[in-house]
Design a protein around this ligand. Structure first.
Ligand code: PLI
Length: 475
């Protein structure tokens, strides 16, 4: 397997604590089988998220020491503003402490009850923030995105025909803006093509609807455009990004992904009236407009991270590392979503555990078994995260995809770490029949995956799901 050279040397290391299977079994029971409640210290390899988990560069750490912590007019804000304007091209720049704060500010000022916000697929916090305003969050990704086997270069694309149909149905006056999420996190980290964004823009133009990007993983998306879209092979990723954002009216971004920082986000818009309303709300809930809930040093690290992420050698390594893990799993016969995405490999839990029905939370059961057996933490993207109940009949509604996401933090793990992860998952796949289901015993009204609690199904045996598996150390 060809593995790209890491374009950095490691200067600071953090020891990994090893735990026993018995300890992990106890921690799982204490956590109600919810991996968000397992202490990070007791995780060997943490693939829960690529968000806020990046290793910063020496330049970013040096920038942290240059933090200007003035309440108003910090020099780091002006640097940050210049970088964001030059990369994204929009007039106004509003810092926030993370992505969902930007979502809340935008939706609470612009979206009203009864409105509808289309997107290729809304991320969970985006959907929750739209719904919190009494509006509908509509997912309009192409249907192939729901087929884990379908290999398309741009499987995150918007279904432009369905978008137009939806606008006709809902009425343009009830759509304050449409969104495109790059890359499309919820269905496999799949990219969106420039041609699709242009086509989306054309439809929206006909109805006078603005287009905003969820730009969390914009650099990874632009790298895929360079690799896969005809006509872009010789265009620098930075220029591809400029072209992409020129097709929109603004963006919001959790910089905890492609900003290469541990905290931070922003909104950048052309719309003056929206910016005024958002700024007023920002002062109420986040802070003064030149820091937006962050320290000056955080703004500096973010400004530097946004520049670094466009380094093409870094992006080749980044996408290549994710592909390396996906390739090993595929060779080992583990069912994964194809093609392999930008920031994560997604294991298809429906095929990994065909003996479990979605009502038994197969992806959660698989994530639990992976932690119990090997200390690897992953995240469920399936019935726990996206399942709901019919408001009339109270019957459960299951999502089409039942996935376990192995999200790779940026610049954190080596290929040997990932080879060990692959070995563990392949081993678990050989013993998959012994993994039992789960019963949900507590759920919050929104974003239930963060706080849900589970018990092992009685049929899974008194020791819980996966309990019949023999302990196998992570090599
Ligand atoms: O975690 P935040 O609040 O900084 O960002 C929210 C957010 C918005 N959009 C998208 C596409 C995301 O992926 C996202 C956060 N993602 C997380 C936490 C993840 O684990 O994927």
């Amino acid at each position: 397997m060809n593995y790209p050279f890491e374009p950095f040397r490691i200067k600071v290391v953090e020891p990994i604590k090893r735990t026993s299977r018995e300890e992990r079994d106890r921690l799982l029971r204490e956590a109600g089988y919810n991996l968000f409640h397992v202490p990070a210290e007791s995780v060997s390899i943490d693939l829960l998220t690529d968000s806020g988990t990046s290793a910063m560069s020496d330049s970013q750490w040096a920038g942290m020491m240059l933090g200007d912590e003035s309440y108003a007019g910090s020099k780091n804000f002006y640097h940050f503003e210049t970088v964001v304007r030059s990369l994204f091209g929009y007039r106004y720049v509003i810092p926030t402490h993370q992505g969902r704060a930007a979502e809340h500010l935008l939706f609470s000022t612009v979206v009203k009850p009864g409105m509808c916000v289309p997107n290729n697929i809304h991320f969970d916090t985006t959907r929750a923030n739209v719904e919190y305003q009494g509006a509908e969050a509509k997912d309009l990704v192409i249907s192939e995105a729901y087929d884990p086997h379908c290999e398309l270069p741009f499987k995150g694309n918007m279904d432009v025909a369905r978008l137009e149909e939806s606008i006709e149905q809902v009425g343009p006056s009830r759509i304050p803006f449409a969104m495109i999420t790059v890359t499309n996190n919820s269905a496999g980290g799949q990219p969106v093509s420039m041609a699709n964004i242009r086509a989306t823009r054309q439809v929206l133009n006909r109805y006078g609807i603005p287009l905003l990007f969820d730009a969390c993983r914009f650099a990874e998306n632009c790298f895929f455009i360079r690799e896969r879209e005809p006509g872009y092979a010789d265009i620098p990723v930075r220029d591809i990004a400029r072209e992409l954002f020129s097709l929109g009216d603004g963006c919001l971004m959790s910089a905890k992904k492609d900003g290469l920082v541990n905290i931070g986000g922003f909104l950048s818009l052309n719309h003056e009236r929206w910016t005024q309303a958002i700024t007023n709300m920002l002062i109420l809930v986040e802070g003064f407009p030149t820091y937006g809930g962050l320290a000056g040093r955080d703004l500096e690290a973010m400004a530097r991270g946004l520049e670094e992420v466009l380094d093409e050698e870094y992006l080749r390594y980044r996408i290549g590392q994710v592909r390396f893990l996906g390739g090993l799993l595929e060779e080992g016969g583990v069912p994964i979503v194809k093609p392999i995405g930008g920031h994560a490999v997604y294991v298809n839990a429906k095929e990994f555990l065909p003996h479990l029905h979605q009502s038994q939370f197969p992806a959660q059961a698989l994530a639990v078994a992976l932690y119990r057996e090997y200390g690897i933490r992953t995240v469920e993207i399936g019935t726990v995260m996206f399942g709901k109940r019919d408001p009339v009949t109270d019957e459960p509604i299951y999502p089409e995809l039942e996935l376990v996401r192995l999200a790779i933090p940026r610049r954190v793990y080596t290929n040997q770490h990932l080879a060990s992860v692959a070995e563990a998952i392949i081993d678990l796949h050989h013993r998959r029949d012994s993994i039992g289901g789960l019963v949900m015993t507590y759920e919050a009204p929104r974003l239930r995956h963060f706080t849900a609690k589970f018990e092992a199904e009685v049929s899974a045996g008194i020791l819980g799901p996966g309990a019949r598996l023999a302990a196998a150390p992570l090599s």
